[in-house]
Design a protein around this ligand. Structure first.
Ligand SMILES: Nc1ncnc2c1ncn2[C@@H]1O[C@H](COP(=O)(O)OP(=O)(O)OP(=O)(O)O)[C@@H](O)[C@H]1O
Ligand SMILES: [Mg+2]
Length: 260
């Protein structure tokens, strides 16, 4: 049975700036199931970063609720929110945000500091994660000695360090060249398909968005009713015998009869 990891109810965000009010989000109702990979597309200024920051408890809505793993995080006091950010959410940013004086391995270890893990456990987990993102050979490199794509891989490994309920990625391919951005979005797809990592990625790049399972659209702070299936959903929902589309709850392929 599907389980909802993240849900919003009537989310609104109004910024006050110099006596003016800017409505950045309006009546956002979103549901993300465990194991989903949702991309949210929208033009510049449509509210993508505002929404992701609120989903990840970096900012609070003006009104409405965010329910993460069954907890209404909008009513959690500020001084306890760090726990949710640390254990429940993994962030990936456009500009990677790695600490320049730490190695790849140390950057991945950082979110595990103070979580009760021993040095050895932290090192083991960080190594596993660097292997998972294809960077086992680069663990001692500092960010300046890594390519942009490699830096983003380290940032993705870091986001997974505390095994979060959800990974939130804000334009993770925005600073990458045409070839590297495909490698990064495919890595996110692989983590979703093979590790079951739940991901919400915002982007204004349709080619990147289409790699997810679902594509939602944000326009002027409103989530549009239309929704598209992404490549990952199509890959998942093809019958292995005849290749035609099937539903996840089908026991037999309705086209060729193969047992699924
Ligand atoms: N701290 C702030 N104070 C006032 N207005 C803000 C603030 N942050 C964002 N806004 C406004 O809210 C709206 C949504 O901004 P947001 O950064 O969420 O858009 P975005 O979709 O992420 O854009 P981009 O693709 O350029 O990153 C914009 O009109 C922006 O000017
Ligand atoms: Mg933005």
């Amino acid at each position: 049975m599907s389980e909802i990891v993240l849900e919003t109810e009537k989310l609104d965000k109004v910024y006050k700036l110099g006596g003016r009010s800017i409505r950045a989000l309006s009546d956002i109702n979103l549901k993300v199931e465990r194991g989903d990979f949702v991309s949210i597309m929208g033009p510049s200024g449509s509210g993508k970063t505002t929404m992701l920051n609120i989903l990840g408890c970096l900012d609070r809505p003006t009104s409405g609720k965010v329910i993460l793993d069954g907890v209404d995080v909008t009513s959690v006091p500020e001084e306890e929110l760090y726990k949710i950010r640390r254990y429940k959410v993994g962030f990936v940013f456009q500009t990677f945000n790695l600490l320049p004086y730490l190695s790849a391995l140390e950057n991945v270890e950082l979110p595990m500091e103070g979580t009760g893990k021993s040095r050895g456990e932290m090192r083991k987990r960080a190594r596993e994660l660097l292997r998972l993102v294809g960077l086992a050979e680069r663990e001692n490199h500092k960010p300046l000695r890594l390519s942009a794509g490699e830096q983003q891989r380290v940032a993705i490994a870091r986001a997974l360090a505390n095994d979060p309920s959800i990974v939130l990625a804000d334009e993770p391919t925005g600073n990458l060249d045409a070839k590297t951005k495909y490698e990064i979005v495919r890595l996110l797809g692989k983590l979703n398909a093979e590790q079951g990592t739940t991901i919400v990625m915002v982007t204004h790049d349709g080619a990147m968005a289409s790699h997810a399972r679902r594509v939602l659209f944000l326009s002027d702070g409103k989530l549009l009713a239309k929704e598209k299936m992404g490549l990952l959903a199509k890959e998942k929902l093809a019958c292995p015998a005849c290749g035609r589309e099937i539903q996840s709850d089908h026991a037999f392929c309705p086209h060729c009869g193969r047992k699924l």
